[in-house]
Design a protein around this ligand. Structure first.
Ligand SMILES: Nc1ncnc2c1ncn2[C@@H]1O[C@H](COP(=O)(O)OP(=O)(O)OP(=O)(O)O)[C@@H](O)[C@H]1O
Length: 777
C-alpha cells in the first residue's frame, strides 16, 4: 500500500492479543475488514491501549478475543495500524472465559450450564483434550450426543477453517465462497488451490473462471493448460444455465469459450476447444449429444422428464362416465356455484377428467381457479369421494394433491379454492441438501395432482416432481404461458404446450374484466400486443404518474404519504421494480421506504448488518428456500422480535420473522437469507399477489423492460395498480418480446417418445366431435 512505512522485526512471530471493540469498515464480497481492538497483550512495540487492525477475516465478532499476527504500519493519514496476515480466536484460559466461549453461538445447543459441566469435568485444558480425543466428552452429564458431536466438529473445523479463510482472502475470495470451498475440500482447500485453481470451477458452485485465472496466473500456470480450457468450458455452461438454457449448441459454446479464454495463444483455436469438449464428454463432466453441450444434471433432467411424461400419458385413466351423466354433474356444480361455465371452461373440466395429464393455461381472470374447483367437484361426484380433508383423518388417503412452486402461490391456491395446498418442495420432502424423499421408489399418494403456477417450475424440479407421480395418478398443470419463465433453467410449460404431445385447454375469455377491472384489461391488451398511450389512461383502479428516474423516490414517497392519510395499511402496498441498482432501483427505494413505513424509534429494536439495518416491524423477503422452516424463496414476512446475545439461552443474536403466522428464527450467519421487502424484484414476485402494486418504469431499466416482465408485474395487483415513470419506456417495454431464446430440447425429446402430431390432431378432432352442452344451445 502507498504511504505506508513498514516497521517491526520480521523474524519473530509478532502478535497482538485483543478484544474486538467495533468494526469500522467491512467489504462483504471480499471479507476485508478494518476494526478497532482493545489491546490485551502483545510482543509488538506498542504503547497504545487500542489499535486499528485490518485484513481478511472470516467472521470477526464484537466483544470476542482474538490473536492477530502481522505487522505494524504507519499510514500517513490514519496513523498506526496493524496489517493482519493471519489470526485465530483467542480461546480463553480462565474457567469463566472457557464457559463463555463454549456457550457462545459457535456451539449449537450448549448453554452456560452445560459448558460449566464440561469444564468441571475436563478442567481448564478441556479444548485440547477434546481435540485430541473427542471421547472425553462421553462422561459429561447432560451433554446430548448430537450436541457433543457438533461441538467436536466445530472445534476441529474452526481450527482449519480460519486458516483457509485467511489464505483465500488474500486472493480476494470472500467468506461465503470460502465456506463453500471449505465444505468441498476441508483441510485440502489450500493444496487444491496451489496445485490447480481451475479445479474450484469444476467443484465449487459460484466460483468464477476469472478468479481461477487470476490465481493461476500468480502460480504461473500456462494459458493453454488443459485444466484452464476445461474450466473455461464448464464455466461457459454454468453461465448459460443462469440465463435459463438447458444446453448450448456446440458452435456457440466454442465461440464463448474462446472469448473467455482470449486468443493469447495460437493454440486456443476452435479445434482445441472442440477436442477438450470431447475429452470432458469422455470424462462424463459434460454430455455432448447431436451437437448440443449439456451439464450432466440438465441432460438427465430433460431426458428424465420427457420419459416420465411418456410413462404417465400412456397409462389409461379409470373413467367411463357417459357424457350425459357428465353433463348432469357439471350442471349441478354450475347450479351450486351459481355460474355458467364458458365453452372453454366446460371443455377444460370435461377433458381434465378424461386425461391422464393435461394443461390449463390462461391469463388473469380467465377462470383458471374456477376450473380447478370445477374439476375437483366433478371428480368428487364421479368417484363419490369427499373433498373435505377432515373426512379422511387416518381412515383413508386423501385423493387430491394440491401444490405450487412457491409458498405464496400455494397459499393463494388454498385461499382461492379452500383446499389444502403445499409447495412442491414440501410435497416431495426436500432433504435440505440436494435430494427429495419422494421419488419413483417412494411415490406420492393420492389420485389427482393439481400443480398451479406451473410456468415457474424449472426442468430440475419438473423432473423430480414427475418421478414421484405414481402410475395411477391423474395430473393437471395450470399456468399462464405469457408470464416470465422459471428462474431456473428450461421453459417447461411453454415447451409442453408447443410440443402438442399432451392435451391442453387455453382459456381466453376474461371474466374478471366484466367486473370492471382496468388492471385485467391492461394485462390482456399487453398479451394481445394492443397496448397504446390510450390504454394507459387513469381509471378507478389504475393510475400512471409521470416522472423521471431522479424524481422516482420522491413520487413513491408521496404515494405512501397519501395512502397513509387515507388510512391504507402501508404494508399492503408492494413496490415492484426490475433492477437493484440505479437511482430508481430496489436498493434505494427500500432504504427510503423503510424510513417511511418503519422508522427508527427509541423503543424499536434494530441490528446493523454492514450497511443494512433490520428493525422490528420491517417487512422482509426470504431469498432462499428453507424447507426445514417451511419458508420458500419469495415469501414475505415481518420482523416481530430481535434478541440480543445475552437474552437467550443460546447466547446468540437472533431476528425472529413471522411468515403468515409461522415464526422463523435467523442467527447472524443466516441474515443474508432475508432482505427488506418494501420494494422487491418482479422476478421474486412471481406467484404472489398484492392488494396495491406500485411499479416504477423508467428508461434506465431499458435492458430489462420486456413484455413478459411487465405483464408479470401488473398481474400481481389485486385491487389497484400505480405505474410511475415514463410512458414511452413502458410502451417500448410491452412491445419488446423477450428474444433471449432459451436453448431447450424438450419439445424434440417429447415428440421422439410420444405419438406424432398427426395422431394428436386426430385425437383432438375426435375430442371436438364429442358432444358438449353448447351443441344444444
Ligand atoms: N363462467 C363464469 N361465470 C361467471 N363468473 C366467472 C366464471 N368464471 C370465472 N368467473 C369469475 O371470474 C373471476 C376470475 O376467475 P378465477 O379467479 O377463476 O380466474 P383465474 O384465471 O384463476 O385468475 P387469476 O389468475 O387472476 O387468479 C372470479 O371472480 C370468478 O368467480
Amino acid at each position: 500500500m502507498a504511504n505506508v512505512e513498514q516497521m517491526g522485526e520480521p523474524d519473530i512471530q509478532k502478535y497482538i492479543k485483543g478484544e474486538l471493540l467495533y468494526t469500522i469498515f467491512h467489504n462483504d464480497a471480499e471479507h476485508f475488514s478494518i476494526a478497532k481492538i482493545k489491546v490485551l497483550d502483545t510482543n509488538e512495540e506498542l504503547h497504545d491501549k487500542e489499535i486499528v487492525v485490518k485484513g481478511y477475516f472470516s467472521n470477526l465478532q464484537e466483544t470476542k478475543d482474538y490473536i492477530f499476527y502481522g505487522q505494524m504500519e504507519r499510514h500517513n493519514k490514519f496513523g498506526l495500524q496493524y496489517q493482519v496476515t493471519s489470526y485465530e480466536s483467542n480461546i480463553p484460559e480462565t474457567t469463566d472465559g472457557l464457559i463463555a466461549y463454549l456457550s457462545s453461538d459457535l456451539f449449537y445447543g450448549i448453554g452456560k450450564k452445560t459448558a460449566s459441566k464440561i469444564i468441571n469435568h475436563l478442567g481448564e485444558n478441556a479444548i485440547s483434550q477434546i481435540l485430541t480425543n473427542p471421547d472425553v466428552l462421553t462422561g459429561v452429564q447432560g451433554l446430548k450426543a448430537d450436541n457433543a458431536e457438533h461441538l467436536v466438529k466445530t472445534l476441529q473445523e474452526n481450527e482449519g477453517f480460519e486458516h483457509v479463510v485467511v489464505h483465500l482472502g488474500k486472493f480476494g475470495i470472500g467468506l461465503k465462497l470460502a465456506q463453500k470451498i471449505y465444505q468441498v475440500y476441508k483441510d485440502e482447500s489450500i493444496d487444491v488451490l496451489n496445485k490447480d485453481p481451475y479445479q474450484y470451477v469444476f467443484d465449487v458452485e459460484g466460483f468464477g473462471f476469472q478468479k481461477a485465472d487470476e490465481i493461476a496466473n500468480v502460480n504461473g500456470l500456462s494459458l493453454t493448460h488443459p485444466n484452464r480450457i476445461g474450466a473455461g468450458c464448464i464455466f461457459v455452461l454454468q453461465k448459460s444455465v443462469q440465463e435459463g438454457h438447458v444446453y448450448l449448441p456446440a458452435e456457440e459454446c466454442i465461440v464463448k469459450v474462446i472469448q473467455l479464454l482470449g486468443r493469447a495463444s495460437a493454440e486456443l483455436d476452435e479445434d482445441t476447444i472442440k477436442n477438450r469438449l470431447d475429452g470432458l464428454n469422455t470424462e462424463k463432466k459434460i454430455i455432448v449429444q447431436e451437437g448440443k453441450v449439456y451439464l450432466p444434471s440438465l441432460y438427465y433432467a430433460e431426458d428424465g422428464f420427457a420419459s416420465q411424461v411418456k410413462r404417465l400419458i400412456t397409462k389409461p385413466v379409470e373413467h367411463d362416465t357417459p357424457l350425459a351423466e357428465m353433463m348432469k354433474i357439471i350442471g349441478d356444480i354450475e347450479e351450486a356455484e351459481t355460474l355458467s361455465y364458458g365453452k372453454e371452461q366446460f371443455h377444460a373440466i370435461n377433458q381434465a377428467l378424461h386425461a391422464k395429464l393435461m394443461i390449463v393455461t390462461g391469463g388473469p381472470g380467465t377462470g383458471k381457479t374456477t376450473v380447478i374447483k370445477g374439476i375437483v367437484d366433478a371428480y368428487s361426484a364421479i368417484h363419490r369421494v369427499s373433498i373435505d380433508p377432515k373426512d379422511y383423518e387416518k381412515k383413508s388417503e386423501y385423493p387430491f394433491v394440491f401444490t405450487a412452486p412457491t409458498g405464496r402461490a400455494a397459499k393463494r391456491l388454498t385461499e382461492s379454492t379452500g383446499l389444502p395446498a403445499v409447495t412442491i418442495h414440501r410435497l416431495l420432502g426436500w432433504d435440505g441438501n440436494n435430494g427429495f424423499d419422494k421419488d419413483q421408489n417412494e411415490p406420492l399418494s393420492g389420485k389427482f395432482l393439481i400443480v398451479d403456477e406451473f410456468s415457474m417450475v424449472d426442468i430440475w424440479l419438473a423432473n423430480s416432481l414427475f418421478k414421484a407421480i405414481p402410475d395411477d395418478m391423474q395430473v393437471l398443470l395450470v399456468g399462464d404461458e405469457d408470464q416470465l419463465p422459471s428462474v431456473g433453467p428450461g421453459q417447461v410449460l411453454t415447451d409442453l404446450l408447443a410440443s402438442d404431445s399432451i392435451p391442453f385447454v387455453s382459456l381466453n375469455e376474461v371474466y374478471r374484466q366484466k367486473e370492471g377491472s382496468k388492471i385485467i384489461q391492461l394485462a390482456h391488451t399487453i398479451k394481445n400486443d394492443e397496448c397504446t398511450n390510450q390504454t394507459l389512461r387513469n381509471d378507478k383502479d389504475f393510475s400512471f404518474l409521470t416522472c423521471n428516474q431522479f424524481q422516482m423516490v420522491d413520487v413513491i414517497t408521496k404515494i405512501f404519504a397519501s395512502a397513509e392519510k387515507k388510512g391504507i395499511n402501508l404494508k399492503d402496498i408492494q413496490v415492484l421494480a426490475p433492477m437493484y441498482r440505479t437511482e430508481a432501483g430496489i436498493t434505494v427505494i427500500n432504504k427510503t421506504l423503510q424510513e417511511i413505513v418503519n422508522p427508527k424509534t427509541k423503543r424499536r429494536r434494530e441490528v446493523k448488518v454492514y450497511d443494512t439495518v433490520f428493525r422490528v416491524g420491517d417487512k422482509v423477503l426470504q431469498l432462499v428456500n428453507q424447507p426445514e422452516d417451511g419458508v420458500s424463496n419469495g415469501d414475505i414476512g415481518e420482523i416481530v422480535a430481535i434478541f440480543f446475545e445475552d437474552e437467550n439461552k443460546e447466547n446468540v443474536e437472533q431476528i425472529v420473522v413471522t411468515f403468515e403466522g409461522k415464526e422463523v428464527v435467523y442467527e447472524r450467519k443466516d441474515y443474508t437469507n432475508i432482505m427488506h421487502a418494501y420494494c422487491i424484484s418482479i422476478h421474486k414476485s412471481q406467484g404472489s399477489e398484492f392488494p396495491i402494486v406500485v411499479m416504477p418504469v423508467v428508461s434506465t431499466y431499458r435492458r430489462m423492460l420486456r413484455k413478459n416482465l411487465l405483464y408479470t408485474a401488473i398481474t400481481r395487483s389485486k385491487q389497484s395498480l400505480i405505474i410511475c415513470g415514463e410512458k414511452q419506456a413502458f410502451l417500448q417495454g410491452v412491445n419488446t418480446m423477450d428474444t433471449n431464446k432459451r436453448y431447450t430440447d424438450l419439445i424434440k425429446q417429447l415428440r421422439d417418445r410420444l405419438p406424432s402430431d398427426q395422431d394428436n390432431e386426430a385425437a383432438e378432432e375426435n375430442m371436438e366431435d364429442e358432444i358438449t352442452p353448447y351443441d344444444f344451445m
